[in-house]
Design a protein around this ligand. Structure first.
Ligand SMILES: Nc1ncnc2c1ncn2[C@@H]1O[C@H](COP(=O)(O)OP(=O)(O)OP(=O)(O)O)[C@@H](O)[C@H]1O
Ligand SMILES: [Mg+2]
Length: 296
């Protein structure tokens, strides 16, 4: 089974406006609420692709209850741990001529809750696959290191899609795949990385530090896959990008879906890039009818 981890799920409150004027009362023309979080996005897209997964992580309060109910209603499997205090965050997304976002902090994650998640991950085996996506709040600072260590001990292949230390601290446990975007790669090395040659050069440094494979996504330029011995660059299809949030999560989902079917890393990479592109060309996350058209 594939397991995705979302440490800090959210409700995204999206308000459509004619523009925001600071310091004044503004009105929205329309609004909607969407369950969010990077691991949850990966599970949603996997489900649209026809691959089952289980969502792990933490929720709290009435917003947490809504998140669980929404996932259940969508037919997604989840084992979210109730934190018992606080509430899962609401991220406010203001859409006008520009886009402004205010992301919530989220509830404090207790040691006991972390331990419950750790015990759950200890039950995974080498047939399973673990996905660690998104940032980790300060109260669960070393969570990815611990989960990566357990995964290595139990020979569970795992993928990390996170930034900074949350990503680099897992390298010594040999993640099967890491997926920084080009900005995150630049941040890690404190150097502006722009060319494909440089992407390959710096990805190889991450492989030296322990990653088995690296995918660096580059938005509308596509992505690069770097393995122990080779690299592949795939350009993204050109088109009308209307929403690139979640494109990276979609790439990850497409990669995992294809890799689980065919165990062909290059094919899975190309499938992932195309899944990301379909996400960029869609209003929300990519839908089944569009994903069915993928041919790689
Ligand atoms: N404008 C675009 N046109 C075509 N394809 C795109 C575009 N933006 C993203 N993609 C596709 O989606 C993939 C992932 O995009 P990107 O590099 O933006 O991920 P990301 O920054 O990790 O996104 P997020 O973390 O918000 O999910 C790209 O490799 C590409 O295949
Ligand atoms: Mg990303």
């Amino acid at each position: 089974m594939i397991y995705t981890v979302t440490v800090n799920p959210s409700l995204d409150y999206i308000m459509y406006t004619d523009g925001i004027r600071e310091g004044l009362v503004n009105r929205s023309k329309n609004e909607k609420i969407v369950t969010g979080g990077k691991g949850i996005n990966v599970s949603c897209v996997l489900s649209e692709l026809g691959t089952e997964s289980v969502i792990l992580g933490f929720t709290a309060g009435f917003t947490g209850e809504y998140i669980r109910a929404d996932l259940t209603q969508k037919g997604l499997l989840h084992e979210l741990i109730d934190l018992g205090n606080g509430m899962s965050r609401i991220n406010v997304k203001l859409k006008g001529d520009k886009e402004t976002e205010i992301n919530g902090q989220g509830p404090e994650i207790s040691r006991e809750s972390v331990d419950i998640l750790i015990e759950r991950v200890k039950k995974l085996c080498s047939e399973d696959f673990l996905v660690l996506s998104g940032s980790v709040p300060i109260s669960a600072k070393n969570l990815y290191v611990k989960l990566a260590q357990i995964a290595k001990d139990n020979k569970v292949p795992f993928l990390v899609d996170a930034t900074g230390e949350a990503l680099t601290s897992t390298l010594m446990y040999n993640p099967f795949m890491i997926k920084p975007n080009i900005h995150e790669l630049s941040e890690i090395f404190k150097k502006k990385i722009e060319t494909v040659d440089d992407v390959v050069l710096y990805s190889r440094k991450l492989i030296k530090q322990g990653a088995e494979n690296v995918i660096v996504s580059m938005g509308d330029r596509g992505a690069v896959l770097v393995t122990q011995s080779e690299y592949f660059y795939k350009e993204a299809r050109k088109g009308n990008a209307i929403n690139t949030t979640g494109a990276g999560d979609s790439l990850v989902a497409g990669f995992i879906h294809s890799f689980h079917k065919d165990r062909d890393i290059k094919k899975a990479f190309m499938f992932g890039v195309e899944t990301g592109t379909i996400a960029a060309f869609s209003e929300g996350l990519p839908q089944r009818v569009d994903l069915k058209k993928i041919r790689v």
